[in-house]
Ligand binder design. Sequence first.
Ligand SMILES: [Zn+2]
Length: 354
Amino acid sequence: MPISNTIQTKSATKGMLRSDKAYYVLVLFLVAPLETMARARSAGCVILPAFNRMSTTTMSRLCADSQKLAEFLDGCKNIVAVTGAGISTESGIPDYRSPTGSFSRGFKPMVHDEFISKPVKRSRYWARSMLGYHRFSRAQPNKGHRALAALENDVGTLGLIISQNVDGLHQRAGSKRVLDLHGRNDRIVCLSCGLQIPRRGFQAALEELNQQWVRQNVPATTLEMFSDGDVDLENAVFEDFAVPSCKACGGVLKPAVVFYGDVVPSAVVQEAFAAVDAADAVLVAGTSLMVYSSWRFVLDAAKKGKPILVVNQGQTRAEREGVPHLKIEKGCGEVLEGAVQALLGSRVEQCEGK
Ligand SMILES: [Zn+2]
């Protein structure tokens, strides 16, 4: 039986969210903040709705998508989420492949070998990254990040987030079990001795060393930010940009991220495969899955017959390669929030009914 049929049959027999009463509870809790829902769960309280915050049309459309996701998640005991740039766009960080994404604006990601072997490319990377980092690091977690944190901490069924993002927003939203597949942009690593340092001090050193370079090379206009936190700046004299070396050994410093052409550490890959193996379902949120480093985990889940649901705007590799899955063609924030609120709501309802 196809996976989608299996899921629909399971949900239909369960019936909890399809009943009139449960649907009303879903509508109520779609408009209450997650924090309120969490408190309600622990206190066993009922929360009153705020119907005037959404139009009827918006609410019914959101209800359908959130209900579909809630039905998928309901009953799962150990979910693995695979997330990508699409979950952070609502935090102001551009994605790669959407019509307004970084690739459509001419962004070319840093390639690992070029960073290692070409000092000018390295200087260009650090110059653009220094200029974009303030905006990148000020981004705040959005509804989608907070919903996944609540799925772990309050619903208790999210086993691991495999994130392709380097922004750390899952952790700042409260998620504890996060595998940063491609590393973190707020850490720096020495390519010679392996020393890791926080970005903050390195960023300050970059700015201190390059005050004159900024005056001579950076226009007064606001520069567009790309997915990796760098900005769209060309025609600068990157040869004159100064980059500090490792204080311990004098080696070359690199952000602790996996550039294109580099490999994800094998321990990280094994941990992700183990989590998928132990999971009973996979939720894909905000990624086209075009990059193999994340696609392999979804493919592995499909081969093992695990249900897969994708929340993403735009075609994904799962569609292109005919891998069975459910799809919600939407942005992540409100759909994830609504679904998790519904799950918490049904739990409050179950508690109330005892
Ligand atoms: Zn070093």
